[in-house]
Design a protein around this ligand. Structure first.
Ligand SMILES: Nc1nc2c(ncn2[C@@H]2O[C@H](COP(=O)(O)OP(=O)(O)OP(=O)(O)O)[C@@H](O)[C@H]2O)c(=O)[nH]1
Ligand SMILES: [Mg+2]
Length: 408
């Protein structure tokens, strides 16, 4: 939505989520909710809602001078068109709403392209819905100009989709290359996952330090973050890791969006640990938790060690609801008030035994190796003697083994 538009929200017993979540999405898209209409239906008809409700909706649109109707469910192409024809104003379904928010938030080329592709795929599926319906109803040889136009539109969209997929492939290839480069540094990657607006970016900024120029974008709105931001940081001042902030989840993320953001989401697979951040003040904590786990499962990420942070527990009187089954590593936390060390210690626990505290000797022939080591671990102590140098500090086991092996 470009400016604040008056919205009537329609929720039925078939809607996949509560109207509350959709209200938050509408507000995030700058909509002003004028009224909410509910209906108990068993099956969606040609207008999705029943005839009686449709009349009620029409009256309400006139009375409140609404600009837009949003249906809290996914509509078929023909339902969408039937509704728009009957109501004479724009009708949006849930997927369209989420895509709209993503489109207004996307900033980088990669995010913009992923969203544009999802929008095209959405548009295409709505056209096909109507096309196949008219064919079924009319039979062969009775296609009117309307259907021909749809067929044309569909072909046009197909070619646009193809072009975009090619461009996206190119960008993804470049990103993979960058990822490989990063993997060479052998630093553990820790990725933030969880519901949108839970506080992932805020926590990441705490870990980066308030003064840091590496800070990421934080805002009290859904889908503030769309692109992955990677930042290196030393946990407890001496253990280097890479933090990855990424797009937040919402229940029933549209398929087209999941597909378009596949490459962004796939990057999560390279993580050594996940930090699942929840809004501890949420009234739907169990739902937020389950939905994120469901997405993690779809993305095949459940085997990665995970820290579950119940964030926004700003005061002892705030008691997050009990989550069942209980997560392996829970942490009750406030990104506003708690010391960051509390979080760092828990992250290191979840990462497990990846570091050793060791002393390692580098002979005079191995000074190249020593300078590499110092570049990666600038905080280690180095002392020199007649035979070379000794480096002392916390190292990743892999590095430590490699240095011992590579010594001449
Ligand atoms: N009260 C309270 N608010 C917090 C806390 N942590 C974060 N917030 C607020 O929650 C809102 C969302 O924070 P973000 O860090 O942008 O959330 P996010 O999970 O990155 O959200 P997306 O990028 O949209 O997925 C902001 O207004 C933060 O200031 C906390 O510990 N306590
Ligand atoms: Mg964020």
């Amino acid at each position: 939505m470009d400016q604040q538009e008056g919205v009537i929200l329609v929720t039925t017993s078939l809607s996949p989520t509560s109207s509350e979540e959709t209200r938050a999405l509408i507000e995030a898209d700058h909509g002003l909710i004028l009224a909410e209409l509910e209906q108990n239906i068993k099956e969606a008809g040609p207008y999705y809602i029943g005839k009686g409700k449709l009349e009620e909706l029409k009256d309400l649109i006139h009375k409140l001078e609404a600009d837009l109707v949003i249906v809290n469910d996914d509509l078929k192409g023909f339902q969408l068109r039937n509704l728009e024809r009957e109501l004479e104003i724009q009708v949006m379904d849930r997927t369209h709403l989420i895509l709209d928010i993503f489109a207004s938030r996307a900033k980088t080329k990669h995010a913009k392209l992923q969203v544009a592709l999802a929008q095209l795929q959405y548009g295409k599926s709505r056209l096909i819905g109507s096309y196949s319906l008219s064919k079924a109803a009319g039979g062969i040889g009775t296609r009117g100009p309307g259907e021909q136009k749809l067929e044309l539109d569909r072909r046009k969209i197909d070619s646009q989709i193809h072009q975009m997929e090619e461009r996206l492939k190119k960008i993804n290839k470049q990103r993979k290359q960058q990822l490989k480069q990063r993997e060479k540094s052998h630093l553990p990657v820790i990725s933030f996952v969880g519901y949108t607006n839970a506080g992932k970016s805020t926590i990441m900024n705490r870990l980066l330090g308030e003064e840091s120029d590496k800070q990421v974008f934080v805002k009290d709105m859904v889908f503030a973050t769309l692109d992955t931001s990677l930042r290196s940081v030393n946990l407890l001042d001496k253990r280097p890791v890479i933090l990855a902030d990424t797009v937040g989840f919402v229940s029933h993320l549209p398929d087209s969006l999941m597909k378009a953001f596949q490459s962004t989401l796939d990057e999560l697979k390279n993580s050594s640990a996940l930090i699942h951040v929840l809004d501890g003040q949420s009234e739907n904590l169990q739902r937020d938790y389950k939905e994120t786990l469901k997405i993690l499962k779809t993305l095949d990420l459940l085997d990665i060690p995970r820290l579950t942070v119940f964030n926004k527990v700003d005061h002892p009187s705030i008691r997050p609801q009990v989550i069942l089954p209980r997560p392996d590593h829970p942490l009750y936390y406030s990104a506003y008030y708690d010391p960051v060390e509390k979080l760092e210690k828990e992250i290191l626990k979840v990462l497990g035994d990846q570091w050793v505290h060791e002393e390692i000797r580098f002979s005079f022939q191995d000074q190249d190796l020593l300078s590499q080591a110092l570049k990666k671990y600038p905080q280690a102590d180095v002392t020199y003697d007649a035979e070379g140098s000794v480096l002392k500090g916390d190292f990743l086991k892999e590095d430590w083994k490699r240095w011992r092996r590579d010594q001449g």
